[in-house]
Design a binder for this molecule. Structure first.
Ligand SMILES: Nc1ncnc2c1ncn2[C@@H]1O[C@H](COP(=O)(O)OP(=O)(O)OP(=O)(O)O)[C@@H](O)[C@H]1O
Ligand SMILES: [Zn+2]
Length: 481
């Protein structure tokens, strides 16, 4: 495979070679489902969807695991604070699982609209408590974890490689660490694997150390190892997860004696007015609002216009520009399809050469650390050439052009689902056409051309549109059945 990715752990671009030939295992940290998703939540799924689509195109079998966090993610991302789901449940007066389901489906709906392939497995944290308990137990047995008052903490001191992913140094972290209110930890850097449930805490499970609930980091270690096995190919997520979440995931897995992910990828944030778009701060644009008002594929195109490792500043002007760019591309694809139907047989050598150049530039871009902006640029370099050649283009070359649009645009980038190619007449257009026919019919009646006015009414009736002449003029309705 020619793919090279920037591996956060190696701190450089490395060839992406799966451990088992022909198979790729990917784990992407999914959302904590306590509110509706914002645009930032779509970036990772769309980026890793392109990676997955590229691998599928290359013939790999891909197992793509992306979890749902429905317990254990606390409000301050550390070991204090309230569970995000529980807090929302109190606010909305719902069961915690009602909150989780409500926002999980809200997230899935948005992902479907964005043409993101469904994960092969979507494990929920609450469905994997036994696996987390087993891993915690194993860490205790190996002396890298300890129990205090029903909670179990990971002993960071016992894992000298802690910090290798984020490049953070233990002394600096320790100097900057908050001193915990409860003096349970041996070291402020230690983190919870299991937390004792306080009286009244709703989400709780039985454990060897009393009733409690899991820490956020242990979820992903347990679920990724369960479904992808030791030494799986890729673990990915947003850069905010690099530390502490992913650093802790590595510590838990490796201190337990398991080989963990071979490669790590992190996508940068979507920003709004220079700040991270985030539900916790309310600095956001909701995905559902965007998807209602704008073509979802233009939104996907917008996300892909920035390289995943660069921050992306969301602006309304940027979105409008992306819509125009996407429309140009889609229009060209539709024209190719239209012309192909009537074109004479044969090939057009210049078009063949332009397609060769497009395919080469596109694949080089994707294989160079998933450079979707350059892959899109390759299309825009191709467009003027295409428009020049279209009027004279021959059938076989047009058929190839259509296939190239499909392979690169839909199979790999996922921006041309069947839906956008159908040039369907929509409601407002059809209503306008009926109104226009009724106007012409009125003109015919005024000119006493009854043969024409009756013909219009009969033809409409045959199509299921009933025209009635009333005192206020002609009215129309659709036949009930
Ligand atoms: N603005 C953003 N841009 C890109 N990715 C984001 C952004 N915000 C969150 N993510 C990513 O979305 C995934 C799910 O995030 P999660 O639900 O844990 O977010 P959160 O931290 O609870 O919410 P938020 O950060 O919005 O307050 C993570 O991989 C995270 O990195
Ligand atoms: Zn995770």
């Amino acid at each position: 495979m020619g793919l090279v990715i920037y591996d956060t752990l190696a701190r450089r671009k490395v060839p992406f070679e799966p451990a088992v030939p022909g198979h790729v295992g990917i784990y992407v940290c999914g959302p904590t489902v306590y509110s509706d998703p914002h645009l930032g939540h779509a970036r990772g799924p769309v980026v890793y969807d392109v990676l997955r689509r590229y691998l599928l195109h290359k013939g790999y079998k891909v197992r793509f695991v992306s979890n749902i966090t429905d317990v254990g993610h606390l409000t301050d991302d550390a070991d204090e604070g309230e569970d995000k789901i529980v807090r929302r449940a109190k606010l909305e007066r719902l069961e915690p699982m009602e909150v989780a389901d409500k926002y999980m489906w809200s997230y899935f709906d948005a992902m479907q609209a964005l043409n993101v392939l469904r994960p092969s497995i979507t494990p929920r944290a609450t469905g994997h408590i036994p696996e987390m308990l087993e891993l915690t137990q194993r860490l205790l047995e190996r002396g890298v974890a300890y129990e205090r008052k029903g909670s179990v903490y990971f002993r960071v001191r016992a894992f000298p490689e802690y910090g290798k992913l984020s490049g953070k140094r233990l002394e600096e972290l320790r100097a900057g660490a908050r001193v915990e209110v409860r003096e349970e930890k041996e070291d402020p850097l230690d983190f919870a694997l299991w937390k004792a449930a306080e009286p009244g805490h709703i989400m709780r499970w039985k454990s060897p150390w009393g009733e409690g609930y899991p820490g956020w980091h242990i979820e992903c270690t347990a679920m990724s190892l369960k479904y992808l096995g030791e030494g799986f190919d890729l673990h990915a997520g947003g850069i905010d997860l690099q530390f502490p979440h992913h650093e802790c995931e590595i510590a838990q897995a490796e201190a337990a004696g398991f080989r963990f992910a071979r490669h790590w990828m992190h996508h940068n944030h979507v920003l709004l007015q220079g700040e991270k778009m985030a539900k916790s701060t309310g600095n956001l644009v909701l995905l559902h609002d965007l998807l209602k008002a704008h073509e979802p594929m233009a939104l996907r195109f917008y996300l892909l216009q920035t390289h995943y490792r660069s921050p992306m500043d969301f602006t309304w002007e940027g979105l409008e520009a992306a819509k125009r760019g996407y429309a140009r591309l889609l229009q060209a694809y539709r024209e190719v399809r239209g012309r192909k139907k009537t074109a004479p047989p044969g090939t057009t050598p210049e078009l063949e050469r332009a397609l060769d150049a497009l395919e080469k530039a596109f694949m080089e871009a994707i294989e160079d650390d998933l450079s979707t902006p350059e892959a899109l640029a390759a299309f825009f370099t191709f467009l003027p050439e295409l428009h020049k050649l279209l009027p004279e283009a021959k059938g076989e070359s047009l058929a190839r052009a259509e296939a190239v649009f499909h392979t690169l645009g839909e199979e790999i980038l996922g921006i041309f689902p069947e839906r956008v190619l159908e040039e369907k007449l929509s409601g407002p257009l059809l209503e306008g056409l009926i109104e226009l026919l009724l106007e012409l019919r009125e003109e015919a009646r005024r000119a006493k051309d009854y043969e024409k006015s009756d013909r219009i009414r009969e033809r409409l009736r045959a199509l299921g549109v009933i025209v009635e002449d009333t005192k206020e003029g002609p009215k129309w309705r659709l036949e009930a059945v």
